[in-house]
Design a protein around this ligand. Structure first.
Ligand SMILES: [Zn+2]
Length: 129
């Protein structure tokens, strides 16, 4: 079984092969589609030519299916998605709303795995408990 990402609200699949497809809204209120890489710690991303994300700027992310905001329920500077691994086990992937911050957490039961150069210095490793 392949890994996939789900919306935490509607539980629909947001990934197609290696791409996670989200709706993004910038501070200036422009909206567009963003494609992120499914591999944890891979920060390549794609947008169309007339929609660009600004580095260091906080961006809101929404589910393209149910339109709910994907922000973490308590940590408002983070985005939270449901991750299903190859054994069909559910966990949580959380990443920074700030484009180019390169900061991802994978939370499996009570364990946390960090990816990206900013993840470790960004917070107390116990923040999710
Ligand atoms: Zn949804």
């Amino acid at each position: 079984m392949k890994t996939k990402y789900l919306c935490p609200h509607c539980k629909n699949t947001l990934s197609i092969e290696d791409n996670v497809i989200l709706v993004a809204k910038t501070k200036s209120n422009t909206k567009g589609l963003v494609i992120l890489h499914t591999e944890l710690g891979n920060y390549s991303s794609k947008t169309n030519e007339d929609f660009k994300l600004n580095s260091k700027e906080e961006t809101e992310f929404y589910c393209p299916i149910c339109s709910n905001n994907l922000e973490h329920k308590t940590k408002k500077d983070l985005v939270s998605l449901v991750y299903i691994d190859e054994n069909n086990k559910e966990s949580t992937v959380v990443f920074s709303k700030t484009y180019k911050k390169d900061c991802t957490y994978h939370i499996v039961d009570k364990q946390i795995f960090t990816y990206g150069e900013n993840a470790k210095k960004f917070r107390d490793p116990e923040w999710f408990l």
